[in-house]
Write a protein that binds this ligand. Structure first.
Ligand SMILES: Cc1cc2nc3c(=O)[nH]c(=O)nc-3n(C[C@H](O)[C@H](O)[C@H](O)COP(=O)(O)O)c2cc1C
Length: 356
């Protein structure tokens, strides 16, 4: 794990020096020299290749995953993420399989880079239909979420897929590890979307899981840049997943109203709703969310979801989003988000090493 945290820095040095692999004994001197140099986006793009369990399993340059999100995690966004060196994910939680089939066909046209699919078990009518669908599409990387990992893991792995399960607690992480998953997406409660009403934050959950379970971990919840990515690596992750940040990306298909709301939100502008029923979910503060914030049971949609997602009508549905909205100020292209994250990740590691 410690080895992989420094993989980016070591790879950076190898690329810059052009002399290939060197002896481990000179590693710290080399890392110090790389860290002493000024960093720019183009520098990161050309020389950083992070090598750890997550990048190896996902086949990506950067250990950054775009979160699966119903109606949002489709080809326009996911292909931009994959093309930028991270991992795009296609959603199935909307249940619109005909549309998703088309999105997957588009992924093949838009990018040659790796990408994956999420199966949000609670939200799909017929789970085995989705498994067959995903297998038919030749998908090799799947995240499973919102359901029992023992139901799908064996089947998906028998079909040759790499499987990461999304977990909100240590207990769930242990169950997924016992079910034989290849890795975990460890999701803190500050994140946007469906949550446990009593879930712990990334700061507590991630190191807890990292110290008990030896599987590659992708951290989710509260991550939007290199500073938060470095924090996740310090807590035990080898990769990060971004949800709210990607909703606000230029290539995200949602209406500008939603992107602008994220950029205008403070860190205190989310509510954990539906806490008396399962699952709870974290949504941005809108007039609709305000009216329902004190109710134990809250519906997610009050009209057609598409009217909110693509029409920007905040009365049609609650707008899912995480506390990290308070750290997102502008709508930016995906490539800029990914490259600035990697640049800041490395410079944050440098700053940390200077503080001790
Ligand atoms: C609008 C929205 C929709 C989401 N839909 C899903 C989903 O379909 N499946 C899933 O596993 N997670 C879903 N999530 C959770 C994300 O995958 C991700 O883990 C979370 O957003 C991370 O926290 P962050 O928002 O602080 O980045 C959703 C999140 C958001 C904001």
């Amino acid at each position: 794990m410690q080895e992989s945290s420094f993989g980016a820095l070591v790879a950076a040095l190898r690329g810059r020096s052009g002399r290939g692999r060197r002896r481990a004994s000179s590693r710290s001197a080399r890392i110090r020299r790389v860290l002493a140099r000024p960093l720019s986006h183009s520098y990161i793009e050309t020389v950083i290749t992070v090598k750890n369990r997550v990048t190896e399993m996902l086949g990506v340059q950067y250990p950054i995953v775009q979160a699966p999100m119903g109606w949002i995690a489709r080809a326009q966004l996911a292909s931009a993420v994959s093309d930028a060196g991270a991992l795009g994910i296609i959603e199935t939680s909307s249940g619109q399989f005909d549309a998703i089939r088309g999105e997957i066909a588009q992924m093949r046209e838009r990018t040659t880079k790796p990408w994956g699919v999420n199966i949000a078990q609670m939200f799909v009518r017929d789970v085995s239909e989705v498994v067959d669908f995903v297998a038919e599409q030749g998908v090799t990387f799947v995240t499973t979420s919102a359901g029992d990992p023992t139901k799908l893991t064996e089947k998906l792995k028998a079909l040759g897929m790499t499987v990461f399960h999304v977990v909100p607690s240590l207990r769930a992480a242990q169950k997924a590890a016992d079910a034989g998953v290849d890795g975990l997406v460890v999701e803190g409660n500050e994140g946007g979307g469906f949550k446990s009403s009593t879930g712990a934050s990334t700061m507590v959950l991630l190191p807890l899981v990292a110290t008990k379970i030896d599987l590659p971990l992708i951290a989710a919840g509260g991550i939007c840049d290199g500073r938060s990515m470095a924090a996740a690596f310090a807590l035990g992750a080898e990769g990060v997943q971004m949800g709210t940040q990607m909703v606000a990306a230029q290539e995200s298909p949602v209406h500008e109203n939603w992107k602008n709301l994220i950029c205008a939100s403070k860190e205190t502008d989310t509510y954990l709703l539906n806490q008396q029923s399962s699952p709870a979910f974290r949504a941005l503060k809108t007039p609709l969310a305000e009216r329902h914030r004190n109710e134990g049971t809250v519906s997610l949609a009050y009209g057609k979801p598409e009217d909110m997602y693509y029409g920007g009508d905040f009365e049609a549905m609650l707008a899912l989003g995480g506390q990290v909205a308070g750290r997102i100020e502008t709508i930016r292209p995906v490539r800029d988000i990914i490259e600035s994250t990697m640049t800041e990740f490395v410079s944050t590691m440098r700053a940390l090493s200077e503080r001790v």
